[in-house]
Design a protein around this ligand. Structure first.
Ligand SMILES: *[C@@H]1O[C@H](CO)[C@@H](O)[C@H](O)[C@H]1NC(C)=O
Ligand SMILES: *[C@@H]1O[C@H](CO)[C@@H](O)[C@H](O)[C@H]1NC(C)=O
Length: 454
């Protein structure tokens, strides 16, 4: 006991020193250029061009032919989703895709919101831009950029967009929402040069928002979207009015975090841990060495040799669907690994899931999306942005089935102005798509706190 208290005091002092030192730091970056070859002479074309998703008979026939030619590999008996996507269920998904899924109809759905492209740093950046239709006289919309992750897309936000742009409550904020595709994902062009990481994506999206005339705006993200919007706040804290994240892994495992892991179970109050924190944290901490090995193989491949595995996925729609949808199963609820159908249709419709897969398939962007892992770890696990705090007002929505649980204390280590921290009632990693209503509510709550309306 005495030893523990002494340890706490020493580590506490170290924490204070570390915090004090890192407070002054601001994230720096330099402009890049990601097109093929060398940059053309003269200024970049900064025009904003309307864009529509399109399809063709050839595209659909090619897809159907490939689905017809898939070569099933029977899964092991009673393996559920533990060896990866169950083969029997995968055949059902493929049959649905082949015979019932109507891509033309989904393309119409994608086009229900206005899409645009504009060139930034040599590559075309795609985004959806949705403004409120029925804004009452005298009220202005609040600009918000929402950034998806892997293996998702801007389509993850289609359920939440109407809730944010046309809120039902009169005292709720009406948002004007911009959902870009990360370069290399979906309809945004892939960088042709090495090195395009989350800080580059953040810089590109800051330029996008500036080009759209937004001097100050809010940002929201999960998965890579968390990293990118966090980097945006670190690069330009005056532009990002507030940051709302639904994924907040600890990047800088400092002494206080280590101490809280060691002592949090016995002295939860010391670290502000709730009963729920203890429940969520400890079974997982004990499995800390085993779980990552079980669930992060994709990560190692993508952070090392994305182009090799990516080639197969880009040739086979059924393989691509298995690779992407396995994540929508396991990352929504780890228990879903014990179901033959991976629980996929408990939270999502096959129509929505396959629309997301089609965004990767039709653009041939799985390989470039995977490369983002390699680029983000090219500089090791502690790049400069991992060590710098976020100084803009931040809100964290902690969903119960998120890949890793982040207690409030940990979130505060990084986000010095943590304004809201909500323990969400239900939901997992793809929270905006799975629980659009809960997510919209929490964004409203956060904005009201930041704007001083609550
Ligand atoms: C998964 O698929 C295989 C055949 O592809 C089957 O034998 C197995 O029992 C299936 N279901 C479960 C729950 O593992
Ligand atoms: C697919 O959707 C398109 C566009 O909504 C529609 O015109 C077409 O009839 C649909 N096809 C089938 C087979 O339902």
């Amino acid at each position: 006991m005495l030893l523990e208290v002494l340890l706490a005091l020493v580590l506490g002092a170290v924490v204070l020193l570390v915090l004090r030192r890192s407070k002054a730091a601001v994230l720096k970056t330099e402009d890049g250029w990601w097109g093929a070859g060398s940059p053309p002479a003269g200024a970049e074309d900064e025009s904003i061009r309307p864009f529509r998703v399109e399809t063709s008979r050839e595209e659909i026939e090619d897809l159907q032919r490939r689905i017809d030619q898939t070569r099933p590999v029977p899964s092991l008996e009673d393996s559920q989703f533990n060896y990866g996507f169950n083969s029997t269920y995968l055949q059902k998904v493929a049959a649905y895709w082949r015979n019932e899924f109507n891509w033309s109809k989904q393309v119409d759905k994608l086009n229900q919101y206005p899409h645009f492209k504009t060139k930034i740093e040599g590559i075309d950046v795609h985004y959806v831009h949705v403004k409120p239709k029925n804004l009452p006289e005298g009220r202005t919309a609040v600009p918000l950029i929402m950034v998806h992750g892997w293996p998702g897309s801007f389509y993850e936000f289609y359920g939440i967009l109407p809730l944010l742009t046309e809120p039902a409550n009169a005292d709720d904020v009406a948002f004007e929402v911009i959902c870009p595709s990360i370069p290399g994902y979906g309809f945004s062009e892939a960088p042709r040069k090495k090195g395009f990481n989350s800080v580059c994506a953040a810089r590109v999206f800051l330029k996008l928002m500036r080009r759209l005339g937004f001097g100050r705006f809010y940002a929201q993200g999960g998965d890579w979207g968390w990293q990118i919007t966090t980097n945006m706040a670190q690069l330009d804290p005056t532009a990002v009015k507030g940051l709302h994240i639904n994924f907040a892994p600890v990047e800088n495992v400092g002494p206080l975090v280590i101490l809280s892991i060691l002592l949090g179970r016995r002295f939860p109050g010391l670290f502000g841990f709730t009963e729920l924190d203890v429940k969520r944290l400890y079974p997982r901490v004990e499995k800390m060495l085993v779980e990552p090995l079980k669930e992060t193989g994709y990560f190692h491949i993508q952070a090392t040799k994305p182009d090799t595995a990516g080639r197969g996925l880009n040739d086979s729609p059924v393989g691509l669907a298995a690779y992407i949808l396995e994540k929508f199963s396991t990352w929504t609820d780890h228990e879903f690994r014990n179901l033959e159908d991976g629980g996929l249709e408990r939270k999502f419709s096959l129509e929505d899931l396959l629309t997301n897969v089609m965004i990767y398939w039709t653009t041939g962007s799985i390989t470039s999306s995977m490369r983002f892992y390699k680029e983000n770890f090219a500089k090791g696990f502690y790049p400069p942005h991992a060590r710098i705090p976020v100084t803009v007002p931040t809100g964290v929505a902690a969903f119960p089935n998120e890949l890793m649980h982040t207690p409030k204390l940990w979130a505060k280590q990084k986000n010095h102005k943590l304004k809201t921290y909500t323990t969400m009632a239900r939901g997992g990693h793809f929270a905006a798509m799975e629980e659009p209503g809960l997510m919209a509510q929490d964004i409203q709550k956060f904005i009201k706190v930041v704007e001083g309306k609550k």
